[in-house]
Design a protein around this ligand. Structure first.
Ligand code: BTN
Length: 247
């Protein structure tokens, strides 16, 4: 990934730029990186605070030749790649993967992933995987201090953003092509489960029209979170935002 690379000092949102490029035919693996974003977007229509000079804001164009039902697996492939890259590059950082698409360190968010799919007139689809990774941000803006952190805050050291980006892109490329050749996420399930932030915890999962509660008991090969509900049934949950319930 990144052989086709666009760097912007500032843009509204790298996901929006990458989607526009993909509509114009950008190839698989095209990457858009910005030093800052004026309209950074998170999941659930939230804003992604994107100051200049400190973090990574990156979006990657994918054209997976798989049925669209498999697309929700992609954020977990990206999460495994980002987790692997930061664990290798930042010695001493103990990072976890929060289903379906966050990286957590010390109970706070280090990285968020926004995966968007668009269908094209010829009935094919493309996917843009965007991630925002807090690297040298220190301090975190006051209003986010209870929920966000950065590599610099957690390790006390500044890290090269270029080096980290290369590590993420190389790993993601390798895992993505391996995933394309498989039927599901089985090949990275051990990694996703070993570093699962939600593992074994009581959860509340917010979906668009309902809230589910139960205990996390694992992940399915399709990337569904397996929730044991009060009546003892195991419910596979395909999407939503998970919150830990106090013990
Ligand atoms: C989330 O946790 O809600 C997902 C956040 C994703 C933020 C990244 S920053 C690069 C890319 N461009 C965007 O506008 N959003 C993603």
């Amino acid at each position: 990934f990144g052989r086709n690379f666009i760097y912007l000092a500032s843009t509204d949102s790298t996901n929006l730029r990458a989607r526009a490029l993909a509509r114009d035919g950008a190839p698989e693996g095209a990457v858009v990186v910005a030093d800052s974003q004026t309209g950074g977007r998170g999941r659930m229509r939230r804003a992604w605070v994107s100051p200049a000079g400190v973090n990574l804001y990156c979006s990657i164009v994918l054209r997976p030749p798989v049925p669209s039902v498999r697309v929700p697996e992609i954020p977990l492939v990206a999460a495994a790649a980002i987790h692997g890259a930061i664990s290798e590059e930042c010695v001493g950082l103990s990072a976890f993967i929060k289903w379906p698409n966050d990286i957590i360190v010390a109970g706070r968010k280090l990285c968020g992933i926004l995966c968007e799919m668009e269908s094209e007139p010829d009935c094919t689809h493309f996917v843009v995987v965007g991630f925002g990774l807090n690297v040298n941000l220190d301090p975190v803006p006051e209003e986010l201090q209870s929920i966000a952190t950065s590599i610099a805050i957690e390790t006390g050291a500044r890290v090269s953003r270029a080096r980290l980006l290369a590590a993420v892109l190389n790993r993601f490329e390798r895992l993505y092509f391996e995933w394309l050749g498989r039927d599901d996420l089985s090949f990275i399930l051990p990694c996703l489960e070993a570093y699962a932030w939600l593992k074994g915890h009581e959860l509340k999962i917010e979906q668009f029209n309902r809230v589910l509660t139960g205990t996390e008991v694992g992940l399915s090969p399709q990337g569904h979170l397996l929730l044991r509900t009060a009546d003892g049934a195991i419910l596979p949950v395909s999407s939503g935002e998970a919150h830990l319930l106090p013990v």
